[in-house]
Design a protein around this ligand. Structure first.
Ligand SMILES: Cc1cc2nc3c(=O)[nH]c(=O)nc-3n(C[C@H](O)[C@H](O)[C@H](O)COP(=O)(O)OP(=O)(O)OC[C@H]3O[C@@H](n4cnc5c(N)ncnc54)[C@H](O)[C@@H]3O)c2cc1C
Length: 512
């Protein structure tokens, strides 16, 4: 396979038009091509007077020797997933139908095993109705919400598919998403995203496929206890929403419980699972007008129809020895109420595929270390989060409205009294507040330094009318369930994975 690299395109063209220009540049006969596809597309906006696309195209030709000077690439092949020959006497059980649980089920099915999947929340279709109701009426359902339910925590998200890891399975995950309905462009654009509107259908399609392969789902069903004997898992006890309990025997239990199921973490800890506290981050969501970000990133000369612009920023405070960074930026998105416990406020961000909202938003976070919790328990980080989320609930008016503040007022440590150019998008509602009054001082001070610094990088970032919404506390897990090099916890037969293990990888049937 040949790769045509570094193709700079300065107008909006169809893929085929890009191909035509590329083969002209590389002097390739179109009649020699048997297969082609775009393998990379990114935007280069470093020079505002020369904003352009950068493409790579991969193609198969009848006679590669005819083009000796063109780069050759190997087609990506994935490591084989071992098929499991041994018949298991008890079913494999997965707790949690988030990305880790669902991709674990897909991998097990590929290797010949159909697991049982237990999920405390609803199916994604019913969950959507429940979330819509919460956003409208402020009535939270603790078992099914933006964090919990089929699809897991990122279902109501921007569906960003970027990762810092370099694994051949990253490509496979993208291909699986396309197989279940994601837009094909996620295979080649530099920062792929799916959008909440697409994700909901994709997750439904994954479930239907898994059921067709013999998997069994129990929704509205929570794993409430774990029977252990001789340090091995024996069974999992489940309670459904009608308070009926039942037990499923298993020797292979996959814990894909995410990071927000606090009572399950407590149960596991009290049942003898080894855990440790870990670093995480807390802060706020910041909202700007998307047009400010577009203008800062792309300038106003280009005529290209570019997607809403993004940014990723980091700052280290030498005096406070803390870092402030932006995370999970949602261009054209909204700030979403992500509480999973009663009387707590948690923010996050989401966008639909088109990212066509007026505002952009991003988490603005400061790192937190276990020494900040002043408590030896492995669950101390959870208590620290919870305390802040409860304070945000009270500051917002104790009705699931989020506390908000204009950036200028935050920097001057005074309660906001009006909303300026940026209208907050958080639902069910917002309350003008002073977020400094509930944030730890080191967080407030680092955020203030970070905002001013980021204003020097992105024009408008520190605009007085930019809106801060509090609090963002769940960007990653404050606790890790330990596992050994066979991916098992100290309790034999239990495999923590995804956010709950703070190692976002699924278990790939290593045991057999
Ligand atoms: C609003 C929002 C937007 C996000 N946006 C992005 C993004 O754009 N890109 C990105 O990469 N990441 C994003 N994230 C983070 C991402 O969602 C998580 O990293 C990811 O969901 C973790 O996957 P997981 O399967 O490990 O856990 P989760 O997705 O948290 O899934 C765990 C599941 O387990 C269930 N569960 C827990 N305990 C039990 C129990 N005892 N019994 C039964 N079921 C149980 C839960 O109900 C939940 O459905 C976002 C998160 C949120 C909240």
């Amino acid at each position: 396979m040949l790769r045509l690299n570094n193709i700079k395109i300065r107008e909006d063209l169809s893929d085929y038009e890009v191909l035509k220009l590329s083969i002209k540049k590389y002097k390739i006969d179109e009649s020699d091509i048997t297969k082609w596809f775009i393998s990379k597309k990114s935007i280069d906006a470093r020079k505002k007077d020369d904003v352009h696309y950068n493409y790579s195209i991969d193609l198969n030709v009848k006679n590669e020797k005819k083009y000796p000077r063109i780069d050759k690439v190997k087609e990506v092949t994935f490591p084989n997933i071992k098929s499991i020959k041994k018949t298991l006497s008890k079913p494999v059980v997965i707790v949690g139908a988030g990305p880790a649980g669902l991709f674990c089920a897909l991998t097990l099915v590929e290797s010949g095993i159909s697991p049982i999947i237990i999920e405390q929340g609803e199916t994604v279709e019913n969950r959507k109705d429940t979330v819509d109701k919460f956003l409208k009426e402020g009535k939270l359902r603790p078992s099914s919400n933006v964090q919990f339910g089929e699809g897991g925590a990122g279902t109501f998200s921007d569906g960003k598919l970027t990762t810092g890891i370099n694994s051949p399975f990253c490509k496979k995950v993208l291909q699986d998403f396309v197989k279940f309905g994601a837009p094909k462009e996620i295979l080649y654009i530099s920062k792929p995203h799916i959008g909440t509107d697409n994700l909901i259908n994709i997750i439904k399609n994954i479930r239907e496929y898994l059921i067709s392969k013999g998997c069994i789902f129990y929704f509205n069903s929570k794993a409430i206890d774990f029977r252990i004997a001789d340090n091995k898992i024996q069974s999992v006890i489940i309670e459904n929403t009608s308070s009926k309990t039942f037990e499923i025997e298993t020797s292979n239990l996959i814990l894909a419980i995410g990071h927000s199921s606090r009572d399950t973490f407590e149960k596991l800890y009290n049942s003898g699972f080894q855990m440790e506290k870990k670093n995480f981050s807390i802060g706020v969501r910041i909202e700007h007008l998307q047009k400010w970000i577009n203008n800062s990133q792309y300038g106003n000369i280009t005529k290209l129809k570019l997607p809403p612009a993004e940014y990723k920023l980091a700052y280290h405070s030498p005096t406070l020895n803390r870092s402030c960074y932006t995370f999970c930026m949602c261009p054209g998105g909204v700030v979403i109420a992500s509480s999973s416990n009663s009387k707590e406020i948690v923010t996050n961000g989401m966008s639909n595929y088109l990212r066509n909202g007026t505002n952009s938003n991003s988490a603005l976070l400061v790192n937190v270390v276990p020494e900040d919790f002043n408590n030896p328990s492995p669950l101390a980080g959870i208590y620290f989060q919870k305390d802040l989320e409860e304070k945000a609930f009270i500051l917002g008016g104790s009705n699931y409205f989020a506390p908000i503040q204009r950036v200028e007022d935050f920097l001057n440590n005074k309660k906001s009294t009006f909303i300026g150019k940026v209208q907050p998008t958080y639902k069910p509602g917002t309350t003008l507040s002073n977020l400094n009054s509930i944030l730890p001082t080191f967080v407030s001070k680092t955020l203030a330094e970070g905002i001013k610094y980021f204003g020097t990088k992105i024009q408008g970032f520190d605009n007085p009318d930019s809106i801060l919404t509090g609090l963002e506390t769940r960007s990653s897990s404050p606790v890790r369930i330990l596992r050994n090099n066979t991916l098992q916890s100290n309790i034999h037969g239990v495999y923590p994975c995804g956010e709950g293990a703070r190692l976002c990888r699924t278990v790939l049937c290593q045991q057999q």
